[in-house]
Design a protein around this ligand. Sequence first.
Ligand SMILES: *Cc1c(COP(=O)(O)O)cnc(C)c1O
Length: 336
Amino acid sequence: MPIEYPPRISLARLPTPLQPLDRLTEKYSAPHGGPRLWVKRDDLTESGMSGNKLRKLEFIAGAARDRGCDTLITCGGIQSNHCRTTALVGARLGMRVQLILRGEHSGAADGNLLVDQLAGASCGFYPPREYFSRQAELFEYWRDFYEHRGHRALCIPTGASDGLGIWGYIAGAEELLEDCRALGFEPDQIICATGSGGTQAGLTLGCHLLGARSRVTGFAVCDSAEYFQQKVREDVSEWKAGREDATDPGKLDVTVNADYIGPGYAIADEAVYRTIAEVANLEGLLLDPVYTGKAFHGLLQELHGGRYQHCENLVFVHTGGHFGLFPHREHFGFLQ
Ligand SMILES: *Cc1c(COP(=O)(O)O)cnc(C)c1O
């Protein structure tokens, strides 16, 4: 049965390309009996709005339009790709955007924050402790602020990961499986970086709904494996509420690798920066230090250890993040 999708505003350039990574396969996978490596180029969903958040925001924007909202409120770190994408989506659709940003800011804006400002988003900055402990209150404060001024606001959770945003990667899974089918295979493994869980949740649920035997593994960039196992199931439960669907969130295969988080969220060891340089050099593919670079570095270690030996084809979903590379420029001193 075809999947019936809720209202959506088309914003991304789809389908994104699926490309083989033959030089990386030859160097890092084939010598260990591993699979052919492919990359699903979701860093090419758009230019300024590039990355995985745009797929989710197509459905969130659809809901905002249907509910008569003219304002989007969301949250994230100062270098949040999700906030940058939301800022541009709001501008594109003629909606106001209020960002609740974690961290302090002084001097010239860089990376994603610069784009937030260019897009005209209103930015509120909060110290991490306040950001985490008062998050619900902050959303409420800003929603009331706009509603008292005659606007209607839609609050979008971290990373647009919830029962609505999950549609983005149900559709993303359908597209990815179709790309592979057209090339004559079904991927044994699909891998993505996982940060707020929604991409992994959508890919996992999408593969389940489509009856694919592909296994989805999220490489965590923060929190823990247990956290994401629960978060993915929460998103799926929220998606399922009020639907006629037999999916049992508790029975989904939710595979998380939390071995490559390193020192912490958005903090990486030099090995990750070296992987970013090598992948750019070998394949012309640009990864970011917070998500895709860390996840891809983890994947190369796992290939080295023979983890994916039983697989023929492995697809890495490139979720974007380019703007976050430049604020990390001081970590690339080894290139000089
Ligand atoms: C947000 C983000 C992720 C993580 O996706 P989630 O759905 O939040 O788990 C991965 N890569 C990039 C570049 C991102 O911006």
